[in-house]
Design a protein around this ligand. Structure first.
Ligand SMILES: Nc1ncnc2c1ncn2[C@@H]1O[C@H](COP(=O)(O)OP(=O)(O)OP(=O)(O)O)[C@@H](O)[C@H]1O
Ligand SMILES: [Mg+2]
Length: 391
């Protein structure tokens, strides 16, 4: 379970807790329409937008909404994330199958998974994935070597891509029959698809082409110059199979007003909301802006926002300039590592001997978030990415 931290009245830069997810009414409505149609055919949704536009938060909200036992759907959902780490081929799919195998939330779904044919297919797919990941890991010292290896593996005898895709489709089809009988669906949420290796991306596209009734794939894709080609390709596939793209732009006035209320318990007037929506709009910068307001103890008036606005227009600036020197230095030292970061390595990198105190500080910080007992991740990937690129 990911920890959400508050430091004083400042918020973490991490994804928004579902109950505080604000605005985005049209986008939420669009997703609901797609989900209602999942009983007729397999559905794919790409949630796209720039850095910090709220894609991961949207996915978290969608996952919680789909599984909500007093909501409309009451359906199972599993969310996984693609990581930037070179050599991490198929890791996201392995996580997906492992989570699927251990699924506990809905008894009826667990029963469908206990079907011996489904179990056998999950195990067969996991065996192939584990073999491939370990072979790819042997080559990780070279940048992107894992990707190259997996590419090679797709054509070698040691890795049978056809077997892998057919195991996946077999799992989906078996589960789909049970889902259709119950008029329900199973949602798979894939975050940061832009970071997927070529092999991972190929598998996703192949699955999209044959997605059976009752399986919903919700993907998040960051639109950025480095990934334009990949985005266009996925967009083309969605068009071809009549699927949906939900684009997250800036927050509108009503969204900003709700954001202030739900996230900071602040009431702002219409004029201020309009100003923030027009000048910032982007949720990541809004978090930076409101954190700065809280940090400086200013009232939530138009004048206060006008005063701090110049430091909140740019992601990199709004993420760092509000931080204490100690946290800026810590980010600087740790940005060369790829998450998840282990506490023992963090303490070594920072030269901090008192691990208990360090753990406490990291647990309280809104710059890092704890993934596991001793594993941390930057609260937002931009904290690492900008620093690494030498901002
Ligand atoms: N609708 C929303 N309501 C409230 N807060 C939001 C909303 N959307 C995003 N946020 C906040 O904005 C920041 C950026 O959101 P998030 O990390 O979800 O963006 P992202 O699009 O996934 O970014 P990236 O492209 O870097 O992965 C987070 O601090 C999050 O809590
Ligand atoms: Mg994200």
């Amino acid at each position: 379970m990911i920890q959400i931290h508050r430091m004083g009245s400042e918020l973490s830069f991490g994804p928004c807790p579902p109950e505080e997810f604000s605005g985005r009414l049209d986008e939420r409505k669009k997703l609901y329409e797609v989900l209602r149609g999942a009983k007729d055919r397999g559905r794919v949704v790409m949630v796209s937008g720039g850095r910090g536009s709220g894609k991961s938060s949207f996915l978290d909200w969608a996952e919680s909404e789909i599984q909500n036992e007093s909501g409309e759907f009451k359906c199972p959902a599993i969310k996984v994330q693609f990581l930037e780490t070179p050599g991490m081929v198929f890791t996201a799919y392995r996580d997906l199958l492992t989570d699927l195998k251990g699924h506990q939330k809905f008894g009826w779904f667990r029963k469908s998974l206990e079907n011996s044919k489904v179990r056998t297919s999950i195990d067969a797919a996991l065996t192939i994935l584990e073999k491939t990941s370990s072979l790819a890991a042997l080559y990780t010292p070279g940048v992107n070597a894992g990707v190259a290896v997996a590419k090679g593996l797709t054509s070698s005898d040691s890795f049978d891509y056809t077997k892998l895709i057919s195991a996946f489709l077999h799992i989906f089809r078996s589960v789909s029959e049970d889902l259709a009988e119950r008029d329900q669906f199973f949602a798979i949420l894939l975050d940061d698809v832009q970071l997927s290796s070529d092999t991972d991306f190929r598998l996703m596209n192949d699955l999209i082409q044959s997605l059976p009734v009752g399986i919903v794939l919700i993907t998040a894709f960051r639109r950025e110059a480095d990934y334009y080609e990949k985005h266009a390709k996925l967009q083309g596939e969605l068009l071809r199979y009549d699927h949906t793209e939900i684009v997250l732009g800036g927050m509108d006035e009503a969204g900003v007003e709700e954001f202030a209320k739900l996230r900071y318990n602040l009431s702002i007037d219409d004029k201020t909301a309009k100003h923030l929506s027009e000048k910032i709009g982007d949720p990541l910068c809004l978090v930076g802006c409101f954190n700065r307001l809280q940090n400086r103890g200013l009232p939530p008036t138009l004048e206060s926002f006008q005063e701090i606005l110049p430091q909140c227009l740019d992601h990199a600036q709004c993420l760092y300039t509000g931080l204490d020197q100690i946290w800026q230095d810590r980010i600087n030292s740790l940005c060369i590592l790829d998450p998840p970061l282990f506490l023992s390595i963090i303490s070594c990198m920072l030269g901090e001997k008192n691990i208990t105190r360090l753990k406490d500080e990291f647990d309280q910080s809104h710059v890092f978030r704890r993934l596991d007992r001793e594993k941390y991740e930057f609260a937002h990937p931009s904290l690492r990415e900008y620093r690494r690129k030498g901002w």
